[in-house]
Design a protein around this ligand. Structure first.
Ligand code: CMC
Length: 390
């Protein structure tokens, strides 16, 4: 064996070749299958982007319809899963329940767990995409003690999810349309991000030839952490905490800069983006569009804007190249749409699902794939003599 190099967090190690997503962190470029994220955000629906990520090209109209119909007809939960979801503690975190439910899809659908059978892989792909919103909505309804709402095959993917979540509490007309459009756009912006922590997890688990459901479940757990997808929840909690402290942004930033405090400015910083996060720009625009419609200015959004300005003018952040990331402004939008904080990361998971699936499938098809098995530098004791016991 050759030299083993130490690379904490794999900041400098490519573990695979990939054709799916291109990021240029210095230039703030993000492309799915070659298409700039801004163009996809403008011109495509989330389902089109799912198709693009997984199949490698944009669908023709008929192909998109067939894809959408297939998801519609698979949106119901398997028998038994509803009872299982209903049995979980009411106050459990939705991300824990989501990961558990997705893991058990391999128990409910043992006919689609063989990675070596392409038809089974396609079936697992369809079922995951079709059922994740249904699972998420039921978890939410349970958490607020409301009856579940069955999927409605006459609605499109995002509308259906919003309907299963909010039912008749969902705004109608222009606002309803705006929310559906915003949700669709947010899902597109979250759909893939090459080897982020959760996607890398899905690949690591998949590299042992574990099934797709189990691999995605592992990805959901990786996403849950506050340094990854859990940051969208953490940002909102941070803003609420600042508000409670009287809105003193300087005091809060002083605390962040005090290395002893271990407080981070949530929603800031990125392993790859060192100039700006193109997703964050799109999302900030969307937040403006949604929150400017409200009668009163949104206090937390105002606070977030001021916090962003202050951080961007502060040498602590500029020296370390810390800029707002995808999670900085999403929370205020989700909140305006009526989602509780605990559901924010679930929305991220629904968005990231096609990316996880695309990477898992790409890895499976890649002849260069080997089981993921990093090395280490051992720094423990050398051989010690075992204590004799009297
Ligand atoms: N607030 C304060 N200081 C920070 C922050 C932050 N948010 N992020 C990084 N730093 C400092 C860090 O302390 C270090 O300083 P020093 O060199 O003096 O020790 C320097 O910046 C480099 O940070 P790092 O931890 O080596 O960076 P990383 O690439 O390992 O971590 C990160 C990237 C996103 C985990 C980190 O920036 C972070 O914790 N951000 C807050 C959580 C967050 O918003 N996560 C969402 C990421 S975007 C999409 C997603 O995955 O959801």
């Amino acid at each position: 064996a050759g030299m083993v190099t130490l690379d904490p967090g794999f900041g400098n190690t490519a573990s695979c070749k990939s054709e799916i997503t291109y990021i240029d962190g210095a230039a703030g470029i993000l492309r799915y299958r070659g298409y700039p994220i801004q163009d996809l955000a403008q011109g495509s629906s989330f389902l089109e982007v799912c198709y693009l990520l997984i199949k490698g090209r944009l669908p023709e109209a008929a192909e998109l319809k067939e894809f959408a119909d297939e998801l519609r007809s698979n949106a119901e939960l398997p028998e038994g899963m509803a009872d299982m979801l209903d049995a979980f503690p009411r106050n459990a975190h939705p991300m824990t329940l989501l990961a558990s439910a997705v893991n058990t899809l391999s128990a409910f659908y043992a006919d689609s767990v063989n990675p070596q059978d392409p038809a089974q892989v396609d079936l697992a792909t369809t079922r995951l995409l079709a059922k994740l919103p249904t699972i998420a909505a039921r978890i939410y309804r349970n958490s607020i003690g409301e009856a579940p709402i069955a999927p409605d095959p006459s609605l499109d993917y995002v509308e259906n999810f919003l309907n299963m979540t909010f039912g008749s509490a969902k705004p109608e007309g222009e606002v309803g349309e705006l929310f559906a459009k915003a949700m669709d756009l947010l899902l597109i912006l979250h759909a893939d991000h090459e080897q982020n922590c959760s996607t890398a997890t899905v690949r690591v688990v998949g590299s042992s030839q574990a099934d797709l459901y189990g691999s995605v479940s592992a990805g959901i757990n990786a996403l849950f952490g506050p340094l990854h997808g859990g940051a969208n929840q953490a940002v909102l909690e941070m803003l609420e905490q600042i508000r409670e402290m009287g809105g003193d942004l300087d005091a809060f930033l002083a605390q962040v800069k005090d290395r002893e405090s271990k407080t981070r400015l949530m929603g800031f910083g990125h392993r790859v983006y060192k100039n700006f996060d193109p997703r964050s720009r799109e999302i900030k625009g969307l937040a403006r569009q949604i929150l400017d419609r409200q009668e009163r200015p949104d206090e937390l959004f105002e606070l977030a804007l001021k916090l962003e300005d202050k951080a961007l003018a502060d040498s602590y952040f500029t020296e370390r190249k810390l800029y707002p990331n995808v999670d900085f402004f999403t929370g205020v939008i989700y909140r305006a749409m009526g989602f509780p904080t605990s559901m924010f990361t679930v929305l991220f998971a629904i968005g990231r699902l096609p990316g996880w699936i695309a990477h898992w499938r790409e890895q499976l098809a890649d002849p260069a794939t080997r089981i993921s098995r990093p090395r280490q530098l051992y720094i423990g004791p050398g051989e010690r003599s075992y204590p004799g016991r009297a």
